[in-house]
Design a binder for this molecule. Structure first.
Ligand code: HEM
Length: 188
């Protein structure tokens, strides 16, 4: 296979996954939230959902070499914005995962780990570019993006996995719209 082949496959996969994450953000307010605690912390939740969607719209373009080489000022400006946005997404993710987790300690451990790696990768990528280490900057920004993308799109794996192990509860939970009653039943 030529080099062009795999890179197009990768770009398509990333594009599709990013669209899944963006769709999750865009449709979040269409349903009653499955986690009632989102309603207790509307600003934290809104910051996470809205900024997460913006991150997934803008971040993939940062990896397009043609945009970087032809519009470096754009890459820099949006890059700084994305670091600020990413820090907010990571910080709110840690709050949501550690303080108001829907799945208890399992979620605390997973989000504690992934949220920390996301923030560390983002910060390390930023520090590298400030020091002029462009190759390392690119590597760490890819790591941050990969973690963000994986968490934002974990629904693709998570819901089928739940379906395999607990069909009845999944039917209750994904039956639209989510309801508090369904959540109570799910937890019981
Ligand atoms: C980068 C783009 C991201 C997007 C677009 C995104 C999107 C969302 C959305 C829409 C929700 C609300 C739940 C829903 O409606 O399904 C949510 C919740 C959440 N996200 Fe993210 N997210 C992103 C990144 C992250 C990262 C990097 C982490 C942590 C590593 C994270 C951790 C969480 C947690 C813990 C919740 C609450 C889950 C719960 O307990 O109910 N997110 N996210």
């Amino acid at each position: 296979m030529t080099r062009k082949g795999p890179s197009w496959i990768l770009a398509t996969a990333v594009g599709v996954l990013a669209l899944v994450g963006i769709a999750a953000s865009a449709t979040h307010y269409f349903w009653e939230p499955y986690n009632p605690a989102f309603l207790d912390f509307p600003i934290v939740t809104a910051l996470h959902v809205v900024l997460g969607g913006i991150y997934l719209i803008l971040a993939p373009l940062q990896f397009v070499s043609r945009i970087r080489s032809r519009h470096l000022a754009y890459h820099r400006r949006v890059g700084r914005l994305l670091v600020a946005i990413g820090l907010m997404v990571g910080a709110t993710a840690l709050f949501m995962g550690l303080v108001i987790p829907f799945f208890g300690w399992g979620e605390r451990v997973i989000i504690g780990l992934f949220g920390t790696v996301f923030l560390v990768a983002l910060t390390t990528g930023f520090l590298h570019v400030r020091a002029g280490r462009v190759a390392l900057h690119r590597e760490w920004m890819m790591r941050a993006f990969a973690v963000g993308l994986s968490i934002a799109t974990q629904r693709l794996i998570f819901f089928p996995a739940l379906w395999i192990v607990r069909v009845d509860e999944l039917r209750v939970r994904v039956g639209a719209p989510y309801t508090r009653a369904a959540v109570t039943e799910w937890r019981a």
